[in-house]
Design a protein around this ligand. Structure first.
Ligand SMILES: [Zn+2]
Length: 394
């Protein structure tokens, strides 16, 4: 049969007898109601797009997961090293963001995370401040002000650039003790990550932030006293679990808390949400980036697969809950990582062009109510803009 004729017959048969069934391995239960692209800080030449009607598809909870340094090659290498499967394949909406910062086409994690947390392009090294070093309000602070429980989970220290940019305001990312002190200024309900020394063995002053947190209704536990499997957060209190004195180990060297933390955190925040307003949670897989800096393909792959397993735990919550938007992205790519000729399924031969970050477009995956606003190509700041809009924090 002529190809055009057979195509026509196929199309008409779709009209009368229905299309072939949609793939069943997607988690999405209903197609998105609208498909407006993310608006964000689009260039002046972009056409005006009418505001999407979010009344039917507004999420109650938002979980943002950041794979630091996770570009397309990192995802690919993780997938082909994991039996050709990742939980990322279950996301119905995929977009790309432009990661550049205000002073460099190649962003760092501080400027990259501040774009997500506060919707501004700022300079490399800036933690929750504008390019003029002035504090900018973050999505976590907006959520706290609106009475939503909030949480931060990271496989770096909790005062490291990515988590810090959601809760702290500092002109320089390495002022770790100042950043730790900012945790006392916002009542974050849950935080899990390394960096205990910046809380309880400070060099710049004599404060003990662990005691100060305890005095403010926090249950604070740490990796010395309790394994992650043994922690029992009390939902009547805020909860902090400090996972290392400074930076946590790589997954391959025994760090094992990300997946259990990702399984526990959404339910904990949901139970803290006694007013039924929703919650905001940021979870970072920090060390995909460190594998890139080290030009170590195996390091990247083990961190990538662990991060994807954490995504699986979050999707389990979101699928059961039905009111949770899950957004997965990265701040930037690290290493100029590529999968070379000669690589095989399960046997990746990685190559690198750099021991720093690159300016590649970065993938964004979205699942749940409001996911449709994350398709297309947009600025990294649009992720904040959309979260704020979907939470109706205007
Ligand atoms: Zn980095």
């Amino acid at each position: 049969m002529d190809k055009k004729v057979s195509l026509l017959i196929f199309c008409f048969s779709c009209l009368f007898i229905g299309c072939p069934p949609a793939p069943t391995d997607t988690l999405e239960t209903a197609p998105p109601a609208t498909t407006a692209p993310v608006t964000g800080t689009a260039p002046a030449t972009a056409p005006e797009i009418p505001a999407p009607d979010n009344r039917q598809r507004r999420p109650k909870n938002i979980i943002l997961m950041i794979g630091d340094g996770m570009g397309i090659s990192q995802i690919t290498a993780g997938m082909y090293s994991n039996g050709n499967r990742l939980n990322l394949e279950r996301f119905p909406v995929i977009g790309l963001h432009k990661s550049y910062s205000s002073d460099n086409l190649v962003t760092d994690s501080a400027a990259g995370a501040t774009a997500f947390s506060a919707g501004v392009k700022t300079y490399n090294g800036a933690i929750g401040v504008s390019r003029d070093t002035l504090p900018v309000v973050t999505i976590l602070e907006l959520a706290e002000a609106a009475g939503l429980p909030t949480g931060l989970v990271s496989t770096s220290s909790i005062v490291h650039a990515t988590p810090a940019s959601f809760i702290a305001h500092n002109r320089y990312r390495k002022n770790y003790e100042e950043i730790a002190a900012d945790f006392l200024k916002t009542e974050v309900d849950l935080f899990i990550g390394g960096g205990a020394r910046y809380f309880n063995r400070r060099e710049s002053d004599t404060r003990n932030l662990v005691r100060e947190l305890q005095a403010r209704n926090y249950l604070v536990e740490n990796f010395v006293e309790k394994d992650i499997q043994e922690i029992r957060p009390d939902v009547s209190k805020n909860y902090a679990y400090l996972t290392a004195d400074s930076e946590p180990l790589p997954f391959a060297q025994g760090r094992d808390y990300l997946v259990p933390a990702a399984a526990m955190a959404p339910g904990f925040l949901d139970r803290r949400d006694t007013k039924n307003r929703g919650f905001f949670l940021m979870i970072e897989g920090s060390q995909i980036d460190w594998g890139g800096h080290a030009n170590n393909s195996d390091y990247i792959i083990s961190e990538m697969i662990e991060f994807d397993n954490a995504i699986g735990e979050v999707l389990r919550f979101a699928a059961a809950d039905g009111e949770t938007l899950v957004i997965i992205t990265a701040d930037h790519e690290t290493g100029g990582y590529a999968i070379q000729s000669g690589s095989k399924m399960g046997e990746i031969d990685g190559a690198f062009t750099s021991d720093y970050h690159t300016a590649d477009l970065i993938p964004v995956f979205a699942y749940g109510p409001g996911a449709e606003h994350f398709s297309g190509i947009f600025e990294n700041t649009a992720i904040f803009d959309q979260m704020k809009k979907l939470f109706a924090f205007d």
